[in-house]
Write a protein that binds this ligand. Sequence first.
Ligand code: FAD
Length: 531
Amino acid sequence: MIMSKNISGRVYIIMSFLISSLISVLGRYLNPLISIKSSSSIPNHGTLSVKLAPKLHFTSDAIKMASTDFGKIITSNIPSAVLFPSHIDDIKNLITLSYNSTTPFPIAARGHGHSVRGQATARDGVVVDMKSLSNSHVGTRVSWTSSLGYYADVGGEQLWIDVLCATLEHGLAPVSWTDYLYLTVGGTLSNAGMSGQAFYYGPQISNVLELGVITGKGEFFTCSKHTNSELFYAVLGGLGQFGIITRARIVLDKAPKRVKWVRMLYHDFSAFTRDQEHLISITGLDYVEGHLLMNQSSANNWRSSFFSPNDVSNIASLITQHKIIYCLEVVKYYDDFTTHTIDKELKVLLEGLSFNPGFVFEKDVTFMDFLNRVRSGELQLQSQGLWDVPHPWLNLFVPKSRIFDFHQGVIVNMIHARNITRGLVLLYPTNRKRWDDRMSAVTPDEDIFYSVGLLCSGDNDNWKAMDEQNKDILEFCEKAGIRFKQYLPHYTTREEWIDHFGEKWSIFQERKTMFDPKMILSPGQRIFHHV
Ligand code: FAD
């Protein structure tokens, strides 16, 4: 119990008074929040609301920040307040307040707000700014046990770049990554956390040993495969629906010092995918991805500057000649012990691949520079005012058996032919066996599926055209019977969500009833709230 009987009696009286005096004027959700706003002027009452009051912000700056995200598409999900917690008890108290209210208000954790469709917003509710926990919370603690090996306990609010820096001090690092590291642990674990390491290590959600979670009832649990396992699997890939992740125990391995980073160019899609699929079927490489170069795109882009100016001009001629060029990207890690053998090992791994002769490029960089490769592009775009622009992104998992239909119908006939896409197209296969079906995350029902990222950047005039194209792409896939799954999904109707989760829908619903029965958490996903 958070409060003694005495205090809770007093809370009840104060809350009742405040609520009843406002209830006739103000609508549905707002009563408990308004009472907090009012109670901030009441000193020393020791109530939940008084504890929360100084940390709840109602200023226009706070509200504006919490009303939108990296996508810059959704701006109308305006919250009533933003909580800047300094301790996880603040989050617990907030959820408890909502849960115990006769009219519970919605609450969304906001990690780094790098969603693109308002997933971390809470219209008329409270957004919890997770980053404000960072000064007072667990940070990153590295440990070892004989049963678990090396692992790190990290705060759910932490950015992956900070986890990387802290673990590297011990010569260790997590094994599975996202391409970009300025995302929070809680944010990526609520989705999956995908990059070129996933074919071998699985996504980030497959590399978690334990979680600390506050459920939609305001209760804190530690959960793992063996303890409170239902909550553990629900939260991984659970789109923030079952609880707020306050801590995660992440698998670590010895960190390499450097990496050999290779890009190979293809004009033939079938050779490109054949080689990608071969490389994810063998062991030896640490990262396999791929992306497309076409129309006016430059070989270098914000995701990483890789090629020399001379290479860029040769590649531009290749694009002019073939229209679409496919870039296969691989990495092999190495350290002092393997520095003399790495070139030979890499040569063996890449033997027999069918890239265009002469179009293979290699770089040798530090492990840190490789993992943090997107950052310099981000800073450059920021300085040009091109980072905070609309991002109508669409991420899909496409089953291997239909990747040629997808390529012809979407890449060739739409993206290349229409030439309105500005941004990156990622396309690489991964192994489903590295995912655990008990987790909430969904994938296509095939052993190998492709992760396709259509990462468009728009401006106020053209983003809608790209978004229309996204709709056409989804419609084409539906009509062609391509049983894809959206990654970082965005749907607006209940039917679409039921279809998205497929066989997992009933367990998803049961878990919601179990852990967030009043449907308080992450309303911006629009799974159980259709506002
Ligand atoms: P937010 O956008 O703040 O939140 C996302 C969702 O998670 C919301 O529903 C929110 O309520 C919930 N949430 C946030 N924190 C918590 C928590 N602690 N507990 C429970 N729920 C929580 N994804 C990949 O997989 N691979 C990539 O390579 C990749 N690259 C990206 C590059 C860029 C530039 C961007 C903008 C995004 C990229 N993403 C990638 C997508 C990214 O993983 C997701 O958008 C992720 O949700 C962002 O994390 P965040 O901390 O900003 O989360």
